[in-house]
Design a binder for this molecule. Sequence first.
Ligand SMILES: C[S@@+](CC[C@H](N)C(=O)[O-])C[C@H]1O[C@@H](n2cnc3c(N)ncnc32)[C@H](O)[C@@H]1O
Length: 300
Amino acid sequence: MGWCCCSRWLSQSRLTIGVSVSPFLSTARSCSLSFSSNCHVSSSPQPTLQQQPPLTRSSQLVALEYADLNLSCNLDLGHVRIRQHVNPLSSSFSVPAQVPDWNQVFADPTLPLMVDIGCGSGRFLMWLAKRTPKERNFLGLEIRQRIVKRAESWAKDLALDNIHFLFANATISFKQLVESYLGPLVLVSILCPDPHFKKRHHKRRVLQKPLVGAIVDNLMPGGQVFIQSDVLDMALDMRNQFDEVEALKHIDFLNLGHSAMLCDSEGWLLSNPMGMRTEREIHAELEGAKIYRRLYQKHM
Ligand SMILES: C[S@@+](CC[C@H](N)C(=O)[O-])C[C@H]1O[C@@H](n2cnc3c(N)ncnc32)[C@H](O)[C@@H]1O
């Protein structure tokens, strides 16, 4: 079943344009829908967002939110179909990714590192990387090789020297990658991972006990883990695994200067603290889904 099952679940939910907008919107996100880019969003005489089928609206919203990246669409992936899912347990994904020469992939390989596990298209990470050049490095781990290639090309177009994408099964490659890194690990995110709904497929989920251990062991004191999912069962699975870790505390109040971010009565963060929604998050919120989020911090 996998993710398609979730799509079905989502399409059964509210189909309004109920995009829940984070208080940390970038200008790009709050600008009007007349935006036109060389990507997906175009101005009239296109039908309005409300008149379009959900998928079109969804990809337009993604383009809109990431408009200031100004990514080229010339670099499509040809006619080869990108698989929606892969089975991470298949033998082709059992070989750990080669550790790169960090001096080759980052201008300053000693900067604090954020790792996004299952980064998808990589646009979310590029958006962050563009905002913090010379402050932080970003590493995206993704198991679908073709989208990694596209992410690498986009990053090159953007001339970002603080981001790198790796084709990797994060479940088995994360540990040796971060152990070899030359600076501190400050943030790990696992955002809307594939839920693999069937119980017998839960072992395909990216977050398994050894990965939890590798994240916690390698995080610097004060370092953070940010998780989210639009699938409650998936979110609870991740939450239960991180809640158990004594070295971590759950952050339920964030003072962001201009505003504070709290949790709901069940302990889920009310909003996305990153300042940008991921692509899956945009799709899910368009469908009216709730996003379940938790932020953890390693004790000092
Ligand atoms: C539903 S997508 C979410 C992408 C992105 N984080 C977002 O929120 O838009 C989950 C991503 O995780 C990737 N993935 C699944 N298992 C993985 C694994 N073991 N290692 C690395 N990436 C994985 C999938 O290929 C997919 O791109």
